[in-house]
Each structure stands twice: as C-alpha cells, then as structure tokens.
Design a protein around this ligand. Structure first.
Ligand code: CU
Length: 404
C-alpha cells in the first residue's frame, strides 16, 4: 500500500494532497492530531511508522494481504455506530450460555465467563512469565472472533489509548460514562467510606502459589457498583479471587458469587505521571524481549489494571470487566509495535519463567523455576492447546491485523 493511501486510514479524516507533478516524490505520511487527548509525539510516530512499514512489507499476495488486513483502532477513533455495535456484541456474549464444563466452574454462566474461567485457571502461569504476551494475544483474538462470529460484530478489537489520555483518563470515550458508547465510569463510593483515602492499600492474597504472595492494592476512589454506562446491570458470577483473607471454600472463585461490576478508579494512575507517551516510548526502546516484557508488565500493564480498580484489578478475574479487552489490546499493540521494529529477530522472541515470577505452584511445590520456550504448550480453554510461538505473529495462523 502506498503511504498516501495508508495515511487516509491512519489519520481518519486526513486528506492527503497528491503532488501536482507526477514524478515528484510521494508526500510524507501526515499525522493528524486527534480531536481529543494528547497528540502522539514524533518519537512514537517514528516507531509506529516503522511497524506499519515492516508489517505491510512482509505481506504477500495470498492469505493476509494489504487489502485483507484488519485494522484495530483506538476506541476514541471509532464512530459511534461501531462503538454501539461492540457494546451490543459484548451483551450478546453475556446472554449466551457458557461452554465450560460446569464441574470445572459452577459459576461459569455465559460466554464471557468461559474467558474468565480460563484466565483464572491460567493466571499463575501467564503473568510475570514468558507466556504473558503470546497467551493474551491468542486470548483476545479468541474474544474478537467470538464477538464477530457468534454475535455479528462487524469491526475488530479496539484498544484503549491510555497514553493519549494520561492527563485525565476519564476524558477518553472509554470512560466517559456514555450510556451506549463507553464502558461506563467509576464505581460508586464505598459505604461507609474507608479509612485512609484512595491511596491507602489493602493486601490481597494470590492463591495457588507455593509461597504466600500478598499483593498491595490501592483502595481507589470508588469500590462500589458501576453506575453509568452500558454495564450497570451486568451480573458477575465468577471471582473475585484475590481476597484480603484466605478463602478455602472458594479458592479460585469458581463457585457462583452473584454481584454487580465494581470499579475504583485510582487517581495515582491518571493526571500525567504514568501511562504517558514518554513511558510508552521508553518501554518500546527496549533492546531485547526480557527488558520489554519486564517494562510493559511492571510499568504499563499493572498501572492500567490498577487505574480501573475493582473487578478489573483482580489479577485472576479482571476479565469480568469488559474493559479488560481494550486494556489488553493496548498491551498487544505496544508488543506489536516493538516486534515491528525488527520482525526477523523479534517476532518469536521470548523471555521469562514458566510461572508467576518463577514461583512454584502449590500443587507442584518442588518444581524449580524454569524458562519458558516458544515450543511450550499454552492452555487457552475449551481444549485449545497451541504452542507459545503460535501466539506470536499477527499476520499468520489465521490472524491478520494491524494496529492503526
Ligand atoms: Cu491476564
């Protein structure tokens, strides 16, 4: 694809003026500042441009091509019809029966719960490990396929461009609380109010590890049910899993616990100090996958979840919050841009242990830490057991998408 054509969909409404003289060099890609949020700085544009060039340059004339490649876009750049259609399709999955075996998870009621079940089941293997990126890439592709094939969604998985809204995340169309085109806003304040304010933390136990691991979680500014947007009546049944007490009766939250969707926005992760363009650019400048995976997990992924708080911040069942998928699409986008700086050496790069920080699991406490390889199998749920390397390219093995 010619840069001029490319820029028209990258920039949306951009009109690229063709040179008057046919022999003149093609115009440089035009980046149009968005209508909202902080424009993409030039350092990030350079990285994104190279990713686009590399991916498009790698495509052939069969399978995934320049014409067939899907564009995953910022939620803030979709039109309202597409946003409404996405939300409709999420509700559609929430209304279809779960496929997960009831004996595995009695609380799995609907198709969204199938995704939450396997995320809970794999949490200690797919976070702070080598599988973080390929597992979630496949996971979200499966969700995208379900939205499209089972519920008729026409577009592709959008992402929450949190860098663009680092000054105030609530200004993003993801969080503006609109009844049909957003994911809703903050949760209601806790009643009675907690001591210590939004910055104080409580410790949550992560079950399943051979050591006691308590995760500090800020209390945030909400904590109650989401009161705006299209998910105010969403009923959750799986989770919560990370709790302030040891819950031996419902260790992984597989038993039904009917409740609303809770959020607790954390002011510590909005207001310009984190989730910024500068931090994203810095993470993308990582020279190897070990540095990149550590950076994105420690400096981006965690902050994104903690900003949302509530159900979306439970490390096991954050998928209960439909915003999980736009959050992780942004993680996937940053990985794709990193890979796209050098597809040859970076597409299949992997670094990390086979479990959460290499900690043995409680059912196998004597297994020493070992390193993940791209030939390892990953559990995707409903019988899917692909190799890690099968979760790495974005334009092969049935996948065909690019982030714009
Ligand atoms: Cu996850």
């Amino acid at each position: 694809m010619h840069w001029a054509q490319w820029a028209t969909f990258v920039g949306g409404a951009v009109a690229v003026v063709m040179p008057a003289v046919a022999a003149a060099p093609p115009p440089k890609p035009q980046y149009t500042p968005p209508l909202s949020g902080i424009p993409m700085p030039v350092e990030f544009q350079v990285l994104q441009d190279r990713y686009h060039e590399q991916i498009l340059g790698s495509l052939g004339t069969q399978g995934c091509t320049n014409d067939s490649i899907a564009k995953r876009r910022s939620w803030d750049d979709l039109d309202d019809e597409t946003r409404k259609d996405y939300i409709r399709a999420v509700h559609c999955l929430a209304s279809k029966p779960a496929l997960t075996d009831k004996s595995l998870a009695p609380g799995a009621v609907n198709r969204l719960d199938d995704f939450t079940y396997i995320h809970i089941n794999q949490t200690n293997i797919i976070h702070q490990s080598g599988y973080l990126l390929p597992w979630h890439r496949l996971f979200m592709w499966q969700l995208e396929e379900a939205l499209r094939n089972e519920c008729g969604y026409k577009d592709y998985l959008p992402y929450w461009d949190n860098a663009r809204f680092s000054a105030d995340q609530s200004k993003s169309r993801v969080w503006d609380g609109n009844a049909t085109t957003s994911f809703g806003g903050n949760g209601a304040p806790r009643t009675p109010p907690v001591e210590g304010g939004p910055d104080s933390t409580r410790l949550l136990l992560l079950p399943g590890l051979a050591v006691e691991f308590w995760l500090p979680m800020p209390l945030g500014t909400g904590g109650g049910c989401v009161t705006t947007g299209p998910f105010t009546n969403l009923t959750l049944t799986l989770g919560p899993v990370a709790k302030p007490v040891r819950d031996t009766a419902n260790k992984y939250g597989y038993l039904p616990t009917r409740r609303c969707l809770a959020r607790s926005f954390d002011p510590g992760y909005t207001g310009g100090a984190s989730l910024t363009w500068a931090n994203a650019t810095s993470i993308l400048s990582s020279g190897d996958i070990g540095q990149f995976r550590d950076g994105i997990e420690r400096l981006w992924h965690r902050q994104s979840h903690t900003f949302i708080g509530g159900d979306g911040a439970d490390p096991f069942s954050p998928t209960n919050d439909p915003a999980f998928y736009v959050l992780h699409a942004q993680i996937d986008r940053l990985w794709a841009i990193w890979q796209g700086q050098d597809l040859q050496t970076r597409t299949y790069a992997i670094a990390g242990n086979r479990t959460f920080f290499g900690i043995p699991l409680d059912y196998a406490p004597d297994v020493p830490p070992s390193l993940a390889t791209i030939e390892d199998r990953m559990e995707m749920g409903l019988g899917g057991r692909p190799l890690a390397r099968e979760g790495m390219p974005t334009t092969e093995l049935g996948r065909c998408y690019i982030y714009v």
